[in-house]
Design a protein around this ligand. Structure first.
Ligand code: BG6
Length: 486
């Protein structure tokens, strides 16, 4: 344990969509498994005018809607509801904030965690109010949801506002991908096995692909239209996956060691600037199409107006260090792709010489495919003899050494990422949270790409919903002799 277990969790934005879909259901699951500190109280606040009972009814409803029926136990639900209280507050009303702080102080009986799940422009004002009421000192922690800004300058401003009250060790920036079982398993695979590490470098790896493909659309959300795939997914989730894939082995699994190594990767990313943005990246926006046989509208139709926001981005990133020099890291994320897939693909170098050339057998390069979503699976693709007595001689085919973790751990419940994140935040363990310097290094790299794209004035390329993005993304990899996995 890193800090002492919190006695109070205060959620700002407690009636919002994230709270209802993820946060409260995760807290319920922790409750059900007996993992919440016994005296923990959960205090919600938002603009909605509710009393404690109204909030409890809302929470019960969001748990019923978002937790599988088989996992809802009336006793656990009652125990969780008994921990709840609520006070409405408009964040632009200093008196309401002051009343809120008074209520928090009255409930406090040990460590407090503040979870800010509001628009980020409120992070500074909320933190100053907390600070002014003596709620920023030892024994307090603050969890911040993404996005931390929309570029480096705004991220620095938000981080400065928070840092005026909380020391960096008290700040827990959420990237919910780090709470996913599969993402942590990537660390287990790399550092719990001696087998892969000798091969995990430019001598043996030909190319890496990281894909986060979603079938859902942007659903006409204004937030999405203001950010786009680059800010919404690349700056955080994809770069975190890249860091965990590419980083050096940390000396131990603790907050400084892990985050120091991730930061080094971010700082080794070769900047993509100016004219390179057009050759090394491809932005796209989906038009009407079909997914799984169902017709879906285009992005602009959903939004009700035309827009230059990208719903897809693909790129060739380079990491300038000894381990990865010369290895392309193809990154790709998009909405309305043909299937949901979060995947890390390492293709190893080809055999130096094929002894089977005279039989006409082709030898494909080995590959490791780590699938994080929709189900966890690890596949090592190896060449094997095709069974039979082929006259022409021995023939080969690629087979997979397939670790189906979903099946192997079938009796384990599929967890929400926030279960892990809450458990760690309540105990003060920041390993799976993003440090300020990481967020800012990621913004710096992404800002150059956005500036380069805006500099060309080019609109994102259209791609029909249900396809793997614009054709230019295919060409991007093909130019370097590679093709995307589909
Ligand atoms: C969020 C993005 O951070 O991640 C969403 O804002 C995206 O646009 C979501 O849909 C994807 O998360 P997951 O857990 O469904 O892969």
């Amino acid at each position: 344990m890193h800090g002492s277990a919190a006695s109070l969790l205060t959620i700002f934005g407690a009636t919002g969509d994230l709270a209802q879909r993820m946060l409260l259901p995760s807290l319920y699951s922790l409750e059900h498994e007996g993992l919440l500190p016994s005296r923990l109280r959960i205090f919600g606040t938002a603009r909605s005018e509710l009393d404690d009972d109204g909030f409890r009814a809302l929470v019960a409803q969001s748990i019923e809607r978002n937790v599988p029926v088989a996992e809802i136990n009336p006793d656990s639900l009652d125990r969780m509801l008994a921990r709840l209280s609520y006070q409405p507050a408009s964040l632009d009303d200093p008196d309401a904030l002051a009343r809120l702080c008074t209520a928090i102080k009255a409930l406090r009986d040990g460590d407090v965690v503040f979870h800010l799940s509001t628009a980020p422009r409120w992070y500074g004002p909320i933190c100053s109010a907390l600070g002014a009421h003596g709620l920023g000192g030892p024994g307090t922690r603050v969890l911040l949801e993404k996005p931390i800004g929309r570029d480096l300058a705004s991220a620095v401003a938000i981080n400065d506002g928070v840092a005026r009250v909380f020391d960096e060790e008290q700040v827990f920036r959420v990237d919910h991908y780090l709470g996913k079982e599969g993402v942590q398993n990537l660390l287990a695979l790399r550092f719990g096995n001696a087998l892969f590490e000798p091969l995990w470098n430019a001598r043996h790896v030909e190319q890496v692909q990281i894909t986060v493909a979603e079938t859902i659309g942007a659903e006409g959300r204004d937030y999405y239209d203001e950010s786009g795939a680059t800010r919404d997914m690349l700056q955080n989730h994809l770069l975190q996956l890249l860091c965990l894939t590419a980083m050096e082995p940390p000396s131990q699994f603790d907050p400084s060691a892990v985050r120091n190594e991730k930061l080094k990767v971010l700082r080794s990313l070769r900047p993509i600037t100016g004219a390179d943005v057009a050759t090394e990246t491809v932005a796209g926006q989906y038009t009407a199409g079909a997914i799984g046989g169902r017709a879906v509208p285009g992005y602009a139709e959903e939004l009700g107006r035309s827009s230059r926001t990208e719903t897809f981005i693909a790129m060739r990133a380079r990491i300038d260090n000894w381990r990865w020099s010369g290895v392309p890291f193809y990154l790709r994320t998009g909405k309305r792709m043909p299937r949901r897939a979060t995947e890390i693909y390492l293709q190893f170098r080809a055999v130096p010489h094929s002894i089977f050339a005279n039989t006409g057998a082709s030898v494909e390069a080995n590959a490791l495919v780590i699938t994080l979503q929709p189900e966890e699976r690890i596949e090592l693709r190896l060449m094997s003899k095709t069974p039979g007595l082929d006259r022409a001689g021995l023939q080969l085919s690629q087979v997979a050494l397939d670790l189906d973790l979903h099946e192997r751990f079938a009796s384990d419940r599929k967890r929400l990422a926030y279960e892990r994140l809450y458990l760690d935040a309540l105990e003060g363990n920041g390993t799976l949270f993003v440090r300020r310097d990481e967020t800012e290094a990621a913004w710096q790299w992404v800002d150059a790409i956005i500036a380069g794209r805006e500099g060309t004035g080019a609109a994102p390329r259209p791609y029909p919903a249900g396809t793997w993005g614009p054709a230019a993304a295919v060409t991007l990899a093909e130019r370097h002799g590679h093709s995307w996995r589909e």
